[in-house]
Ligand binder design. Structure first.
Ligand code: SF4
Length: 435
């Protein structure tokens, strides 16, 4: 898909879009008010090669903390651009415009009234112009407003339409330091949304704003990497996407090598268009990313139903039968073609998470591994968790310090359960449903 891709520089030093190298970014899972912990994580991320780092910025207090973190990092000679992650509060976005290098927002969440949200967005654009700050319009499948879902349903089309409304305002205001994301945890929804948006920008605007790609709530381990490689790799192989984040429920520093591995796999021809028919990988992690980029897109688009791993090698050795079968199950599930294991939806955690998400998610996985086909969400916070866990059958959602709410679909079944007993209660709810 060829079209004019525009680019801009973040903080005057990081070009994004327009055919520049793919920017690999990550996000702190610390509380931004815990300045020392956030600094420590930012330093490790920068050392691991993060091109950009995002921090949770719920309110004005966190904007101030972000400012202090930025100043300390710059004094240490670390110039990695910092992004303020705003979800709802327009005033926090306005304050962040003079502090962060980029502000991530969903303008639709600024106000219930669309006209008010629009005027706040215009105000933000004007401040960003003044301070040379970029904006990411970040819209997730789980956070579409009622106005848009009433018009188009909860669909990729609705995601595209919602973003186009905000992009038209950017064009009217002659503001082009804008990237866009349309993430979803479901790889088919995610890929379709970006393809629709790319086409709409090309046909209506005549140019392409830089796109930030990611699969939300991808989980951890092999499954998280495979799901991300399928969604991100499919689009990158079509020339769609300028910056990526692999969201993992792990130490966020791990997101950098995973992201780099996807970019490298595509560059080395591991895609449906690269002419390869087998994988030559250094190790298991290298293998799962390359193989997901090679066969994932065609599985996702239902162009193939199966694939042949017999010629593939890991560390110079043929793949074992067990590893080949395990990978096949995981890739088919990530492409939503065959469900042989539980489907986990887990957010990576951020400054809003008030419990040990990584360990809890591992424990939930361990105790529910027999529930093939059941979709279980483990989410860090009640602010965004319920919306973002999309079509999960059951949800484990952090609610305040040390407490959890348990969901069946969209409905809360138990509220404010102490964390120590929450997994037992979740299993009781699932078992009572006779899965
Ligand atoms: S669901 Fe809540 S805790 Fe998890 S990443 Fe989103 S905002 Fe952060």
């Amino acid at each position: 898909m060829e079209s004019t891709k525009i680019s801009f520089n973040i903080a005057g030093r990081l070009p994004i879009g327009g055919g520049n190298p793919i920017v690999v970014q990550t996000m702190c899972n610390t509380s931004t008010d815990n300045i020392e912990a956030s600094l420590e994580q930012c330093r490790r991320m920068a050392a691991a090669g993060a091109d950009m780092i995002r921090l949770t910025t719920q309110g004005i207090k966190q904007v101030e903390s972000l400012g202090k973190i930025k100043e300390r990092l710059r004094n240490e000679g670390i110039f990695t651009p910092l992004v303020a992650d705003i979800h709802f509060l327009a005033d926090a976005a306005l304050a962040a415009a003079s502090v962060a290098d980029k502000v991530r927002i969903n303008p639709g969440n600024f106000a219930k009234e669309h006209a008010t949200a629009c005027s706040k967005f215009v105000e933000l654009i004007s401040l960003c112009k003044e301070h040379g700050t970029a904006i990411r319009i970040g819209l997730n499948h789980g956070s579409l407003g009622e106005r848009i879902t009433n018009l188009y349903g909860n669909t990729p089309l609705a995601m595209k339409e919602a973003v186009m409304e905000w992009l038209r305002i950017c064009v009217e205001q002659q503001f082009f330091n804008v990237a866009v994301s349309l993430k979803a945890s479901n790889t088919t929804v995610m890929v379709e949304a970006y393809r629709l948006l790319y086409k709409a920008m090309r046909d209506e605007l005549g140019f392409i704003f830089p796109l930030h790609l990611g699969v939300t709530e991808a989980g951890n381990g092999d499954e998280g990497r495979i799901k991300s490689a399928v969604g991100i790799g499919t689009l990158l192989s079509e020339g769609i996407g300028d910056t990526i984040r692999v969201s993992l429920t792990e130490d966020p520093v791990n997101e950098i090598p995973a992201g780099r591995a996807i970019v490298k796999a595509i560059e080395e021809g591991y895609s449906p268009f690269g002419g390869r028919t087998s994988v030559e990988a250094e190790d298991w992690n290298d293998f799962i990313i390359k193989a997901s980029c090679l066969w994932g897109p065609s599985l996702l688009d239902k162009k193939i139903d199966d694939f042949d791993l017999s010629g593939s090698r890991v560390g110079g050795n043929p793949l074992s039968g067990d590893d080949a079968a395990r990978f096949k199950d995981m890739l088919l599930q990530a492409c939503r073609r065959r469900f042989t294991r539980p489907e986990y939806i887990a957010c990576p955690g951020c400054g809003r998470t008030l419990y040990n998400l990584e360990d809890t998610f591992e424990e939930v996985k361990r105790r529910t591994s027999h529930l093939a086909g059941v979709r279980i969400a483990v989410m860090g916070c009640v602010v965004n968790g319920p919306g973002e866990m999309a079509d999960a059958d059951y949800g484990y959602v952090g609610e305040g310090r040390g407490h959890v709410s348990l969901y069946r679909g969209k409905e809360v079944v138990m509220r404010y359960v102490p964390q120590e007993e929450a997994i037992d209660r979740l299993l009781e709810i699932i078992e009572a449903d006779d899965f």
